[in-house]
Design a protein around this ligand. Structure first.
Ligand SMILES: *Cc1c(COP(=O)(O)O)cnc(C)c1O
Length: 479
C-alpha cells in the first residue's frame, strides 16, 4: 500500500480554514525555518480513501473477535462517544473559569464517587493517563507516606512474579528496589516467600489481581495483613477490574491504593495508543498527597471548585488528565447501573470459563482451575508432540479473522497463549473460536508445516518482528 507521502500531487489541497480575524503577527526570524516544510498534498477525497484503506487493514473489536489477554478488548458502547462529543464537554478549555464549566466538574466528581464506590477507596485523581502511569502515581503516594513519617529505610517494593510487567517497571521508575517473589504451584502468591520477603525495608507490595494467569488470589486477606504488619502499604493493580467490579472491593481487602484502567474495564476504545486514563484511588490517609486538583463541592452546595490537596505531590499530567475518557467511563457506569456492573463481571468470568473448559480436551491449561476473566493455555505439550508452537497457533488464527490471544506472556508459562474473551461476546463467537482452535490443533498433527507458514490469507504474512521492534522506520525520507 502506498504511503500518504506517495500519493497526491503538488498544489492539490484542501483549505477550510476561516478568514483570519486577528492581526497577523510575524514569527521572529530566529524561530523561522529556512525551508518550507515538505508535506503531502492531497485532496479531501484522497485523504478519505487513504485512511479508509488503512482502516481496512487493521483489526478491531468492530471487525471480529479480539481475545487479547490482559487487554480487555471489549465492545465500547457508542453512546459513550455521543456523550464525549457534547460541546459542553469537548469545546471547553482547562483554563476556563470553574463557574463556566460546572457540568464538567460535576462529571469528574460523579466519576470519582462512582469509582470510590466500586473500589472501596475514599478519593481518586483522574490525572494519570494510563495504567502504568497510575502505578507510578500510586507508588508516589506510598513514598510520600513513608517520607512524611521519616521512615526512609523502606526502599523495597515486593512484586509477585505473576504481576503485570508494568508493576516492576513502575516500582523501579519510582526509585524502589524490586523484590520478586515466586508463585506457588496453584498460581497464587507463596505466603511463606512473602513472609520471608517483608521487613523494615518494605515500602509496600504491588498485587495484580486477578493476576496474569487469570486467578483471584485466595489468600488475599493474608497477603495484605502480612504486608501491613511489616509496616508496608498495599497497592492493587486494578487494570482488570472487569473480573470483580460490583462483586468485591479492593478497599475491603485491605488495599491502600489502586489504579483502574478506564480504557479497559470502563469502555474507552484503546490499543492504538490513543488517549486512556488510569485514575488512582486511595484511602483517606493518603488523599492529602494526591496530584493535580481535587474537585470539591462549594460551601453553598451550588457548584464545584478545584482545590489542591494539602500535601500534593504536584502534577503527573497537565490539568485534569484525559477528561473525555472520564466522560465515557461515567456514561458507561451510569448506563450499566448497580445491576449491570456486577453482571458484566460475571459474564466476563463465565465466558472465560466456558472457553477454558471447552478447550481443555485438546489443550493443556497452565492452571486447571476456575479462572476469572481470562485463562492461560500452556502449549509446551503441543510443541513436543508436533513442533507447532504458540506463535504458529496465533498466526494460524489470523486466517480465520480472529485476533490472536496474548502470546508468550505471562513469562512464568513458557508457551503461553492468554485468552480474554470479555463479557461482550455472544456464545456463537466463543463457539466459533473454540472450533477454530480445535481445527488448528488437528492441523498441528496432520500438517504442521502449513501452520509454520501461517497466516496464508492476510495482507502481511510474518514480518520480522524483532527487526520491526528494534529498527522501526517511522520517518519518511523525501527523494
Ligand atoms: C493493561 C495493564 C496495565 C497497564 O496499563 P496501560 O494503560 O497499558 O499502561 C497494568 N496492569 C495490568 C494488569 C494490565 O492489564
Amino acid at each position: 500500500m502506498e504511503l500518504i507521502f506517495e500519493i497526491g500531487s503538488k498544489g492539490r489541497h484542501l483549505s477550510l480554514l476561516p478568514q483570519c480575524d486577528v492581526p497577523k503577527v510575524e514569527v521572529p526570524e530566529k524561530f523561522r525555518r529556512t525551508q518550507a516544510p515538505h508535506l503531502p498534498e492531497l485532496s479531501e477525497n484522497e485523504i478519505s480513501r487513504h485512511y479508509t484503506k488503512l482502516a481496512g487493514r487493521t483489526h478491531g473489536v468492530n471487525d471480529g473477535f479480539y481475545p487479547l489477554g490482559s487487554c480487555t478488548m471489549k465492545y465500547n458502547p457508542k453512546v459513550n462517544e455521543e456523550a464525549a462529543a457534547l460541546r459542553g464537554f469537548n469545546r471547553i478549555h482547562p483554563l476556563q473559569d470553574p463557574s463556566t464549566v460546572k457540568g464538567a466538574l460535576k462529571v469528574m466528581k460523579m466519576a470519582e464517587d462512582a469509582l470510590c464506590e466500586i473500589t472501596g477507596m475514599d478519593a481518586f485523581t483522574m490525572q494519570p493517563s494510563a495504567g502504568a502511569h497510575g502505578e507510578f502515581t500510586g507508588l508516589l503516594l506510598i513514598k510520600a507516606y513513608h517520607t512524611e513519617r521519616g521512615d526512609e529505610a523502606r526502599t523495597k517494593i515486593i512484586v509477585p512474579d505473576s504481576a503485570h510487567g508494568t508493576n516492576p517497571a513502575s516500582a523501579a521508575m519510582c526509585g524502589y528496589q524490586v523484590v520478586s517473589i515466586p508463585s506457588g504451584p496453584d498460581g497464587c502468591v507463596d505466603l511463606d516467600a512473602l513472609r520471608a520477603a517483608v521487613g523494615p525495608d518494605t515500602a509496600g507490595l504491588m498485587l495484580t489481581n486477578p493476576n496474569t494467569v487469570g486467578l483471584f488470589d485466595k489468600n488475599i486477606l493474608d497477603i495484605t495483613k502480612i504486608v501491613h504488619e511489616a509496616g508496608g502499604l498495599c497497592y492493587y493493580d486494578g487494570a482488570n477490574l472487569n473480573a470483580v467490579m460490583g462483586i468485591v472491593r479492593p478497599g475491603d481487602m485491605g488495599f491502600d491504593c489502586i489504579h483502574s484502567n478506564l480504557h479497559k474495564t470502563f469502555s474507552t476504545p484503546h490499543g492504538g495508543g490513543g488517549p486512556g486514563a488510569g485514575p488512582v484511588g486511595c484511602k483517606k490517609f493518603l488523599a492529602k498527597y494526591l496530584p493535580g486538583l481535587c474537585i470539591e463541592e462549594t460551601a453553598d452546595g451550588k457548584g464545584f471548585e478545584m482545590v489542591k490537596a494539602p500535601q500534593s505531590m504536584g502534577s503527573v499530567k497537565a490539568f485534569n488528565g484525559n477528561f473525555l475518557v472520564v466522560v465515557r467511563a461515567l456514561t458507561y457506569i451510569l448506563m450499566m447501573g448497580r445491576e449491570g456492573i456486577p453482571e458484566a463481571s460475571s459474564n466476563a468470568v463465565l465466558n472465560a470459563n466456558y472457553m477454558r473448559v471447552k478447550l481443555s480436551d485438546d489443550f493443556k491449561m497452565a492452571y486447571d482451575t476456575t479462572c476469572m476473566h481470562e485463562f492461560v493455555m500452556d502449549l509446551a505439550p503441543l510443541v513436543k508432540e508436533t513442533g507447532v508452537n504458540a506463535l504458529d497457533v496465533a498466526k494460524g488464527m489470523l486466517d480465520y479473522g480472529i485476533h490472536p490471544p496474548t502470546m508468550y506472556f505471562p513469562l512464568i508459562v513458557h508457551e503461553a497463549l492468554m485468552v480474554e474473551p470479555t463479557e461482550t461476546e455472544p456464545k456463537e463467537v466463543l463457539d466459533q473460536c473454540i472450533d477454530v482452535l480445535h481445527e488448528i490443533y488437528d492441523m498441528a498433527h496432520t500438517d504442521p508445516d502449513y501452520l509454520h507458514g501461517a497466516p496464508h490469507d492476510t495482507v502481511i504474512g510474518r514480518p520480522d518482528e524483532v527487526e520491526a521492534a528494534r529498527h522501526p522506520i517511522v520517518r519518511y525520507v523525501w527523494e
